[in-house]
Ligand binder design. Structure first.
Ligand code: HDC
Length: 311
């Protein structure tokens, strides 16, 4: 939005929520799954890590490489997010941040596949200084038509709120309140703490998996967005956290993961150290990721497992 547009209402909620997206397609191979695994730090600390080598290599003659469940979060990027096509939604793309991600895995992700995505607007909220829009993408295997996973992405559009016509802030959503559980980080000591380093080149590597937002690569764009330098993709931070949970709590068995939720609390700079704290509560792992150098929480959420895991 340019400064001359500022008097025009930036968001027309009725137009936005009536938008219909076209179906999109996403095809991937084992190479894409392996590149993604490297992008979220698999084998970065140990190239022969016995719980991670199978994400990037046919270890012990295994027929196909294993796919991390967070790979599913790439499917919505099939043909770009498509927000620019939504009538009635004006915002400054440089100020867009990823707020939350919720993923349901219906069946283990194959090591390669052709996917069809059905996309819908699942939420629109006026936060005054910002607008939140939620996109829900259900992904199906093209050949069989079986549902594979669902992603709900919460996108935080800074500087674009204030469009409500009444004194009550506009809020619309299509899913039940109890589907996303509010996460309170426990006060007691975590069951496990895992530390990982984000390489300086991490965002440059991660972007090759399909999110080419220049915020993560271009210093000028990052500065215009209010950051000292390019920041890490939220989904990369989430990928690090879930990989750590699979490694530390699920004994490396990635098919144990059923649902994933994460809220991005603060940006991460490549080169920083992540400290991932995990609390195992029955079949739910609550986690919080902090940046060690700034001692700030950057992500919190939960992972729902198919069964209770023991440490
Ligand atoms: C298909 C995939 C689609 C996704 C595309 C993504 C493309 C990517 O390339 C982009 C990225 O990866 S960006 C990097 C990852 N994200 C971040 O770094 C953001 C980190 N979070 C922040 O900076 C702040 O929390 C911030 C700025 C988000 C909010 O901070 P404040 O402005 O201080 O907000 P606050 O005053 O605390 O709250 C205002 C209202 O907003 C709600 N809220 C806050 N943080 C939220 C968040 N992270 N997600 C969702 N809602 C959030 C608050 O609850 C509050 O609402 P209410 O008043 O009703 O309680």
């Amino acid at each position: 939005m340019t400064s001359s547009d500022r008097s025009a209402p930036a968001i027309d909620p009725d137009l936005v929520i009536s938008h219909k997206f076209s179906e999109t397609s996403f095809c991937y191979t084992e190479r894409d799954a392996a590149l993604y695994a490297l992008g979220v730090g698999a084998c970065a600390g140990d190239a022969v890590d016995e719980k991670e080598l199978n994400y990037v290599y046919h270890r012990n003659g295994q027929k196909s490489i294993q796919v991390l469940p967070t790979f599913a979060a790439l499917f919505p990027f099939a043909e770009g997010l498509g927000l620019e096509k939504v009538s009635g939604l004006q915002y400054d793309p440089r100020l867009l941040l990823h707020g939350q991600q919720y993923i349901e895995i219906f069946r283990p992700l194959p090591s390669s596949g052709s996917i069809v995505n059905k996309v819908a607007i699942a939420g629109l909220h006026d936060k005054g200084k910002a607008t939140i829009i939620e996109l829900e993408t259900t992904s199906y295997l093209k050949e069989s038509g079986e549902a594979l996973c669902m992603n709900r992405s919460t996108i935080y559009l800074r500087g674009s709120g204030g469009f409500s016509s009444s004194s009550h802030p506009y809020s619309y959503k299509t899913y039940p309140d109890n589907q996303i559980l509010h996460v309170s980080v426990p006060k007691h000591q975590p069951s496990v703490v895992y530390e990982d380093t984000i390489q300086q080149s991490q965002a440059l590597l991660y972007r090759l998996s399909g999110d080419y937002n220049p915020l993560h690569a271009d210093p000028m764009i990052a500065q215009a967005a209010g950051f000292a330098r390019p920041i890490l993709h939220g989904l990369c931070t989430l990928g690090f956290a879930v990989r750590a949970i699979i490694k530390c709590i699920c004994n490396g068995e990635q098919t144990t993961v059923r649902n994933i939720f994460g809220r991005f609390l603060l940006h991460v700079y490549p080169g920083e150290t992540l400290v991932i704290e995990m609390w195992l509560e029955g079949s739910r792992v609550i986690y919080q990721t902090k940046v060690k150098e700034r001692n700030r929480a950057v992500l919190s959420g939960y992972v729902l497992l198919k069964h209770n895991s023991s440490l």
